[in-house]
Design a protein around this ligand. Structure first.
Ligand code: TXA
Ligand code: MG
Length: 304
């Protein structure tokens, strides 16, 4: 099969998707590995390319002009959140409609839906005029890609095309909110707990016990290097000094949380390129997107 590498040609991307191909797709959060949701063969290729178990459900991405109610059943919380944050970095987990096939949800009766705001993603979705599944475009368990080049590094000729939309603005995966019987945040992201309380008037339930979203494994988003999390830059520098004669260390710290989120995954990749053995990361403040940064750091630092 012909592969086209990195390109900005949306028409070519649509043609590839319509003929059952898979592509790297830019979004404002991270790059996705996209296929037509209703094409079973193409969706199976996404699972196989990622090396992801087929029972791990996928997010369906929709154009802002699509009728999302044909895909999911929206209660008043879901309606309010969709109205406030779509298009944007929010995924809503809702009961699925009969349109949504088992191969997307791993047989579950719920579906994860998201309307991304990235202009090229929107153009692609509008022209494809259907839902596109798109897990992050990395190999299973590895760091998510935030540039077209990252996708090329991970998946190379295993994808038919990588649509280049520049660097992802947010840099971390979307917030996932379950809107079924209870309101619950399954994955923290840029849309914060405070945002959700403001819009729904409800405090989301704490996610405890085994994760409701398979794929949210403890060890995830992992670079090759060992990740160590510390509370302050001073502490990071002390530890760096202790290690630096013996082992190559990469220090991770940003004074601005938005930049920290935007560059986190790229920094983890740089550490691996430089063959660093240890990444010392300074914990972000526990508010807003800082919670999402700390969540990804904890997963990158978890035992494998
Ligand atoms: O920002 C994002 O959300 C990116 C971009 C590409 O849109 N996508 C992304 O997809 O992070 P993925 O597949 O890497 O993560 C989606 C998460 C997985 O942990 C999956 O288990 C969960 O959402 N999920 C999807 N559908 C679900 C469902 N029906 N029930 C429970 N969890 C679900
Ligand atoms: Mg992922």
């Amino acid at each position: 099969m012909t592969t086209y590498g990195i390109s900005t040609d949306v028409s070519l991307a649509v043609d590839i998707l319509m003929s059952g191909g898979i592509i790297g797709m830019p979004t404002e959060t991270v790059y996705g590995l996209a296929a037509c949701a209703l094409d079973e063969g193409a969706v199976h290729r996404v699972f196989d390319t990622k090396g992801r178990p087929r029972n791990h459900p996928l997010i369906v991405h929709l154009s802002s002009s699509a009728d999302f109610r044909t895909w999911g059943v929206f209660n008043s919380d879901a309606e309010a959140l969709a109205t406030s944050f779509w298009p944007g970095p929010l995924t809503l987990l809702v009961p699925r409609t009969s349109l949504v096939p088992d191969w997307v949800t791993g047989g579950r009766d719920t579906v994860a839906l998201r309307v991304p705001s990235h202009p090229l993603a929107q153009e692609l979705l509008r022209r494809a005029d259907t839902g596109l599944v798109a897990p992050s475009a990395n190999k299973f368990g590895r760091v998510s890609p935030t540039t077209a080049h990252h996708v090329l590094e991970d998946l190379d000729t295993e994808v038919d095309l990588i649509l280049d939309g520049g660097e992802c603005e947010v840099g971390l995966e979307s917030t996932i909110v379950e809107c079924i019987d209870v309101l619950q945040i399954l994955r923290p992201g840029q849309i914060s707990t405070e945002d959700i309380i403001r819009v729904t008037g409800k405090i989301p339930k704490e996610t405890t016990g085994p994760s409701r979203a398979p794929g949210m494994l403890t060890s995830h988003y992992a670079p090759q290097a060992q990740v160590m999390i510390v509370d302050s830059l001073e502490e990071a520098k002390t530890i760096e000094a202790q290690h630096s004669t013996l082992r190559k260390v990469h220090l991770l710290h940003f004074s601005n949380v938005a930049s920290y989120a935007e560059h986190l995954y790229d920094e983890l990749r740089i550490a691996d390129h430089n063959k660093c053995e240890i990444v010392i990361a300074v914990r972000a403040p526990s508010t807003g997107i800082g919670i999402a940064i700390n969540d990804r750091l904890a997963k990158a630092a978890a035992d494998r």
